[in-house]
Structures are given as structure tokens and as C-alpha cells.
Design a protein. Sequence first.
Length: 139
Amino acid sequence: MSRIEVRYEGGDRLRMAVRGHEIVLDQPVEDGGGDLGPTPTELFVGGLAACVGFYAERFLRRHGLPLDGLAVECEFSFSTDRPARVSEVELRVLLPAGFPDERREGLRAVVEHCTVHNSIRQAPEVRIELASGEGAPSR
């Protein structure tokens, strides 16, 4: 399995470490945080947008198409009922100038099956274990 570690740093701030990279996560000031980074939910939705962008980039490169101007815009909203969750995500892939119309459906088929999107459609099994700070499971 791949490994990611998230450590508490104070307030609402967390630091995520993955493959030698670090990301600070926090909450907005209006929610009691210091706004030093994205929220975990923003990172989740942003991961989907980035995955779509990555798959689009690979498609364009594989077909010898220009990459300049490729971008993904994303908006999301929360559910108004319980449990707390993201209820809607809208992604807009901005295509480079001159993108051929005959490639649109092929690109759509590719980006709609990025790894993150597939993982939402067919949710992974998630197991949560509570352990003491020394790594031994608590009972």
C-alpha cells in the first residue's frame, strides 16, 4: 500500500506528508482556522479536478495536440442533510485553442474515467483503527 501521514500541528492545522512532499491543511478563518492551506474537503475535490487535468494532459500529449491553455475549473457544494458530505461537483475542462471537435468524445471518455473519479464511483473499502501514540491499537 502507498503511505500518507497526517500530523496535528495546532489549532485546526494539519500537515500531510506524502513521498517527501508536504501539504498544510487548515480551516478558513471564519470557521475558526488560520486559513494556512486548503481544507481536507477542498483537497479531496481538488484531487478529482487535478486527476481529470492529468488525464486530459496525457490524452492531448498522446494525440500530438497542443497543451497550452489546458485547465480544469471546479465548483462544488455541500449536502444540506446528514451525513456531512460533498453533494455536487461540476468540472469544466478548458481546452487549448484549436482543439479538434472530432476528439471531444474521446477526451470525455478518458477524463470521466480518471483514477479519482473511478474511486468515487466504486468506493474503496475504508478501515479506521484507533491506536495509541506509540502505534499499539487501543482497546
